[in-house]
Design a protein around this ligand. Structure first.
Ligand SMILES: Nc1nc2c(c(=O)[nH]1)N[C@H]1C(S)=C(S)[C@@H](COP(=O)(O)O)O[C@H]1N2
Ligand SMILES: [Mo]
Length: 310
């Protein structure tokens, strides 16, 4: 792939779905209603936006990443250096901290394309004392995120494309950090610098485990109300800390667990959609959804559902 073949999206060319809720104008923060997220892969137009800093204006030509600190050869790479390495791509769920409230959700499942961070960490030569990484963004108010070096080395990706399109500035373009299996707060946009630190030098924030909890959502339960029907199909998505979802079971009114139907498997880092046919009678029901991942861990989420005709 040459640089000329992927044009950089121009400012303002990314139009968002009109149904998204604008929770803040500046910096832009947008949330999609759950009802428009019921797809295997979230279109970029429906991808939530969460910003704590103004969006820096940064072209591919001017983007650089410096790797320094506890390395033998501090280095600075440019955008074209990302293309000298083998391309990596995978589907991964992007799950925000606040997650789901009043029918809106900071959750998505997207294909990320980029270069593994490990290739550049190895080129810089990690010193044995290095245990953590401070990752800094561009911008007048840069953001910093701390990660254990082992996580960054094993799973970190420098992504420049999303769902086959160039990564838009709103989502961290030209280049952002991808940390599959960890909360989206760690997925640093507009990445500028990675500084390796010793465990003693790393602040308390570095020692927090950002792994995603096993969890799920339901797409078609607006405000917990369902219309009675002979059969209703409950539809949702489940995720884990990048270990893949093995099984989803459902229990109605404390009854026995029944296995839900799983949708296409997009890999261990992706969310897994599920569906369950239920003949719901009028009244209030307790719904429990149990998600089990491939490491044998599971979690249960419960809902109270009103089935009524008006
Ligand atoms: N540089 C930078 N990176 C950032 C943020 C930010 O404000 N600045 N927000 C973080 C948070 S809190 C979230 S939830 C995700 C949101 O990514 P998205 O806007 O692409 O959905 O980016 C993370 N990375
Ligand atoms: Mo966030």
């Amino acid at each position: 792939m040459s640089l000329d073949t992927i044009p950089l999206p121009k400012e303002g060319t990314l139009s968002k779905d009109y149904r998204m809720q604008v929770t803040c104008e500046e910096p832009p923060n947008l949330l999609p209603p759950l009802a428009i997220l019921d797809e295997a892969v979230t279109p970029v137009e429906r991808l939530f936006v969460c910003n704590h800093q103004p969006i820096p204006s940064l072209s591919r030509k001017h983007w650089e990443l410096t790797i320094d600190g506890l390395v033998r050869h501090p280095l600075t790479i440019g955008f074209s250096d990302l293309f000298r390495e083998p391309t990596s791509s995978f589907f991964a769920a992007l799950i925000g901290r606040s997650q789901i409230a009043e029918g809106y959700a900071s959750i998505a499942n997207v294909e990320w394309i980029g270069a593994p961070v490990a290739l550049f960490l190895e080129a810089a030569g990690m010193k044995p004392q290095a245990g953590f990484a401070a990752c800094w963004s561009y911008g007048p108010q840069p953001m910093v995120r701390y990660l254990p070096l082992s996580k960054l080395w094993q799973d970190g990706m420098l992504a420049y494309a999303i769902n086959g399109q160039p990564l838009p500035p709103l989502h961290g373009g030209p280049v952002r950090l991808i940390v599959p299996g960890w909360s989206s707060a760690y997925w640093l946009k507009w990445i500028a610098q990675i500084t390796l630190l010793s465990p003693e030098r790393a602040p308390a924030a570095a020692h927090v485990d950002g792994s995603l909890a096993i969890d799920c959502c339901l797409f078609n339960l607006p405000n917990g109300v369902l219309r009675p029907a002979r059969y209703t199909t409950l539809r949702g998505a489940a995720w884990s800390a990048a270990r893949g979802v093995a099984q989803v079971d459902i229990s109605i009114d404390e009854g026995p667990w029944q296995t839900a139907t799983l949708d296409q498997n997009l890999g261990p880092r992706a969310w897994r959609r599920f569906s369950f046919r239920w003949s719901a009678s009028s009244g209030t029901h307790l719904l429990a959804v149990r998600v089990s991942d491939n490491s044998g861990q599971s979690a249960v989420r419960r809902w109270q559902i009103d089935v009524r005709s008006s």
